[in-house]
Design a binder for this molecule. Sequence first.
Ligand code: NDP
Length: 299
Amino acid sequence: YMNGNIIDGKAVAATIRSELTIQVASLKEKYGKVPGLAVVIVGERKDSQTYVRMKRKACEEIGIFSFAADLPDSSTQDEVLAVVQDFNKNPDVHGILVQLPLPKHMNEQTILGAISVEKDVDGFHPLNIGRLCMKGREPLFIPCTPLGCIELLERCNIPIKGKRAVVVGRSNIVGMPAAMLLNKRDATVTICHSATKDMAEVVRQADIIIAAAGQPELIKGSWMKPGAAIIDVGTNPVADESKKTGFRLVGDCDYQECSQVAGAITPVPGGVGPMTIAMLMRNTVHVGGKFISGELKPG
Ligand code: NDP
């Protein structure tokens, strides 16, 4: 999956999707049922609509049944909660995902907390996050983007155990769970955030860097230990008049510079992005398989 020092996230994701297609076909053959994923979107944000469309398309490709709920911006929080509750009760729905961000008049915590923990394929339920942080406990689901980062390292045979890892960013959906996952795999982990001093010095210690600050080209080549691996989660639009859309996407690392020193680097786009969707599909197929075989009972 490496092209020189470039990690081909698209190729890794394609392999995972084809593995999942086979698993779904065998569930169908054995039980006559396929996994079901409900994708809820509230509002008209273009980027969210694109992500949702990609997720639904991936379901179709793999053979997962996708349930759609597209609600207008003007919906009330209770209306969204009612949709979530319906999906909680529906035995053909095995995974529920609410696309973030939600409109400002809604409480994200309340809505994410209403998703039944057995169907929380995004892994954002506090119980799943709690287990991720605790020794000897395993969450039912791990958040898809950080899981995709680890999967890239593993599929590219980049060792984690005993290595120094630096995660830039500590959000609930990316940075914090990424740090917890690296810790579970026995890396020595440092987390950087907006109050970190001398970040270049900290990053220079790292064998593995996961960049998730949402700051275009923040991490410079001179900040990196030569040969270190950098997994760039950042997906930042910057103005570019040469593009039809008027913008292009750049990561959190200065790709020109960092690719000169890195032992392994993910491009943006084509690195972590496709992995997020592949991990969502995998979480759905895993839980779908457990529900369908009767290993997991709702409630
Ligand atoms: P958030 O804005 O929620 O979190 C950003 C984190 O980075 C915060 O912890 C913040 O610190 C820290 N941070 C911000 N600026 C700096 C800085 N200058 N130096 C050090 N730390 C900084 O972002 P997300 O975690 O949601 O997303 C991060 C990036 O990943 C975005 O570009 C987003 O688009 C992308 N993304 C990509 C996905 C994919 O599938 N490829 C999926 C999800 C996100 P503090 O806590 O102190 O505020």
